[in-house]
Design a protein around this ligand. Structure first.
Ligand SMILES: Cc1cc2nc3c(=O)[nH]c(=O)nc-3n(C[C@H](O)[C@H](O)[C@H](O)COP(=O)(O)O)c2cc1C
Length: 207
């Protein structure tokens, strides 16, 4: 079993990396393999709602990192998405990545456990955390929780390692992820038993 650790920070070895590394070490102790996936500082386009991806499991744009994440998702059993807090929100490139990857390739993410983790210097992390979880909640992805929201504090590179409670929160979440993965392996989701999807909207024409 393998968990993909996605680092949304442009600082590859910053505080988000510190928190993801704590999770990786804990998962490895639980005999779960891990792989880092760095977004770095490269640009990522937003979704342009072209719908060209429908039933293809790939985004039409091949010039950034999104299809590489989708390829990794194909063989991953679980995901941790990490982001610093920027103005009370996740990093913009990570949000674009998640929106395009999930829209293009929902079946490769559905029913696989996922956790969001958020780093901040001082405030806004809970808002960013809630924003991070929104897409996963509508893609049938079980969200892995911990003893607290998955938040750690730090500003300059490496400071998050000094947040003892934050690091413990990461380790607890990682152990919960391992536990859930072991159980899901015994009883995979019966994907073929889902109802056909009902779509509604709230438009009313007035006469
Ligand atoms: C553009 C920008 C906006 C930020 N906004 C916030 C914020 O709203 N709240 C906060 O606590 N920290 C904020 N920070 C600080 C980062 O979240 C913090 O330094 C974090 O440790 C960076 O993580 P990294 O080392 O993984 O990049 C901001 C940093 C930047 C560059």
């Amino acid at each position: 079993m393998k968990v993909l650790l996605i680092n949304g920070s442009p600082r590859k070895d910053g505080n988000t990396f510190v928190a993801l590394s704590e999770i990786a070490n804990t998962l490895e102790k639980e005999h779960i393999a891990t792989e880092f996936f760095q977004l770095g500082s490269q640009p990522v386009r937003p979704c342009i709602a072209c719908q060209q991806c429908v039933d293809k499991n790939r985004c039409i744009f091949n010039d950034d990192i999104v299809n590489r994440l989708i390829e990794k998702a194909e063989i991953a059993d679980g995901f941790v998405f990490g982001t610093p807090t920027y103005y009370g929100q996740p990093v913009g490139t990570l949000q674009s990545t998640i929106q395009r990857a999930l829209f293009a390739a929902t079946p490769l993410f559905a029913y696989k456990p996922v956790a969001s983790i958020v780093i901040c210097r001082r405030g806004g992390a809970t808002a960013a955390f809630q924003t991070m979880n929104m897409p996963f909640e509508m893609c049938n992805m079980p969200i892995v929780t911990s003893q607290y929201w998955n938040i750690a504090y730090g500003q300059t590179k490496g400071q998050a390692a000094l947040d003892a409670e934050g690091m413990q929160t990461m380790r607890t979440m990682a152990r919960n992820m391992a536990w859930i993965l072991r159980h899901l392996a015994q009883e995979p989701h019966p994907d073929n038993q889902q109802e056909s999807r009902v779509w509604t909207n709230f438009i009313r024409s007035e006469k």
